[in-house]
Ligand binder design. Structure first.
Ligand code: IPM
Ligand code: MG
Length: 367
């Protein structure tokens, strides 16, 4: 339904967040005006920006708005200004609260090396050209949320830091199913990562992923790989991978590494998805994989492509606007074909443009 009204909540957040989300807003406005779509978008504070105004990283009002939206698009949370705050009051807590309370257990992080950008990667072109990996990261469990946690005083004036890593069968099956389902639409191959050589939770992860495959996904090729080996293989021969399945922490690290294979962290979108509710609705949050990048904030040089591709993922996965998502993806390709680059992906012979110019260039290719 092209002209039904869709509620989108924009949470620009901190650092370069507002600069890159501004470009997404321009694209939404363009669709409303030129394709008679009815995006109703609102903008709210999150992270440090919310702390500065409301003393907390996310207010209840913003939290409830995110529950009621058809999709949430977030820029970034955090920065040096708030580094010294007590742990529970840090900007990042807002993001973790949204993930946990919206039950966004499945984080999809595609790492695609665009042909125009093979030279931007620090790896040899033949290693990365044609790369197309999907990282499926579990997002609401593991060491990020496990209890007990904290910092405790112990004897001899020492302190002890504690975090707990746990996964249950159903948590593992739920995320593995997402990976297998995605693999079916791709090359039918899943590599599941853990540290079953040192962690019991890793043994369980491996066994349960295998059990689900044997029961429901017989046609998928499943490989198990120790997470440290996977990190190494991503640099050695990344094209061996199709879908990589990992827990919250390993997925965090492997996805940053995979991002750099594509040339720049500034190119990677992500989708965080929950389970279908009784009305068939899936809660979702879309955000670039890069963070707030304080070193380049306010300079109008950040790459908005990761956030713009996050919008395209939102249209595709949450808003049933596949044609429009394709339009955005191909507009990004055309701009890269024209040799336009932000600073992070500049190479000899190409033209360096600003964040706002990149947004405008992409919009000009939507036409
Ligand atoms: C990410 C980020 C977050 C994470 C931070 C900002 C809490 O690194 O989305 O990858 O660790 O999950
Ligand atoms: Mg990360």
């Amino acid at each position: 339904m092209p002209n039904k009204s869709r509620k989108i909540l924009l949470l620009p957040g901190d650092g370069i967040g507002p600069e890159v989300v501004r470009e997404v807003k321009k694209i939404l406005e363009w669709f409303n005006k030129n394709k008679s779509l009815d995006f109703k978008f609102e903008e709210e504070l999150i992270g440090g920006a919310s702390i500065d105004k409301n003393k907390i990283p996310i207010t209840d009002e913003v939290f409830y708005k995110s529950l009621e939206s058809d999709a949430v698009i977030l820029g970034a949370c955090g920065g040096p200004k708030w580094d010294n705050l007590e742990f529970s009051k840090k900007p990042e807590r807002a993001l973790l609260k949204l993930r946990k309370e919206l039950k966004l257990f499945a984080n999809l992080r595609p790492a695609i090396c665009f042909k125009q950008l093979v030279d931007s990667s620090t790896l040899k072109p033949e290693v990365v050209s044609g790369l197309d990996i999907m990282i499926v990261r579990e997002l609401t469990g593991g060491i990020y949320f496990g209890e007990p946690r904290g910092i405790q005083p112990i004897k001899n004036n020492e302190r002890k830091g504690i975090n707990t890593h746990t996964y249950t069968t159903s948590e593992i099956h739920r995320i593995a199913r997402v990976a297998f389902d995605l693999a079916k639409k791709r090359n039918n191959k899943v590599t599941s990562c853990e540290k079953s050589n040192v962690m019991e939770a890793g043994v369980l992860w491996r066994e349960e992923v295998q059990a689900l495959k044997d029961k429901e996904f017989k046609k998928i090729e499943l490989n198990h790989m120790l997470a440290d080996n996977c990190a190494m293989q991503l640099l050695r021969n990344p094209k061996q991978f199709d879908v990589i399945l990992a827990d919250n922490l390993f997925g965090d690290m492997l996805s940053d590494e995979a991002a750099m294979l594509t040339g720049s962290l500034g190119l990677l979108p992500s989708a965080s998805l929950g389970e279908k509710d009784k009305d068939g609705k899936i809660r979702s949050l879309y955000e670039p994989v890069h963070g707030s990048a304080p070193d380049i904030t306010g300079k109008n040089i950040a790459n908005p492509i990761a956030t713009i591709l996050s919008l395209s993922m939102a249209l595709r996965y949450s808003l049933d606007l596949i044609k429009e998502a394709d339009l955005i993806d191909s507009a990004v390709q055309k701009v890269l074909d024209d040799g336009l680059r932000t600073k992070d992906i500049i190479s000899p012979g190409k033209k360096e443009i600003s964040t706002t110019d990149m947004g405008d260039a992409i919009i000009s290719k939507l036409k």
